[in-house]
Design a protein. Structure first.
Length: 152
């Protein structure tokens, strides 16, 4: 038997994925209606192609799977001052650089905006830490040390 582990999400991320699912379902229903209850019309007549409907159905199935395992983490469930899903963490790397990360669930990752997953090497190392803690991060065959400056 295969276990499907839970996926922790911020409360906002959980709501956004539900909104995205509703939008995909709406778009698929419109595409099916434009095709006359599933009959295939010419896409030039405003109807969706079978591949577009298949793509929407695939996206819906993926989101339903993620959400079936998702557990939203409300901000009041986190311990103050301890890194968890939904925390914003300011760190000082051993090379002198400073970064601020938001710890989020895997579907919410936006590396360019500093939104990192709690299961990434850095996110995993930071989980449960407090300001002043120093942790070692091993990623891509490199070892770095980071000091937690602040947890919000």
């Amino acid at each position: 038997m295969t276990m499907n582990p839970q996926v922790l999400l911020t409360a906002d991320g959980w709501r956004q994925l539900h909104d995205e699912l509703a939008e995909l379902r709406r778009r698929r229903a419109e595409a099916l209606a434009a095709n006359g209850n599933g009959g295939w019309s010419s896409p030039s007549n405003g109807a969706a192609s079978p591949s577009e409907i298949e793509y929407l159905s695939h996206c819906i199935a993926e989101l339903e799977y993620v959400l079936s395992r998702a557990v939203p983490v409300e901000s009041d469930e986190r311990k103050p001052g301890v890194v968890g899903v939904g925390s914003e963490v300011e760190v000082h790397w051993d090379d002198g650089s400073r970064e601020t990360y938001a710890i989020v669930g895997p579907p919410e990752v936006e590396a360019r905006r500093g939104r990192i997953s709690y299961v990434s090497p850095v996110g995993l190392a930071l989980m449960g830490r407090r300001a002043g803690d120093v942790v070692v991060v091993v990623a891509e065959n490199q070892t770095s040390r980071i000091r937690v400056v602040a947890v919000r």
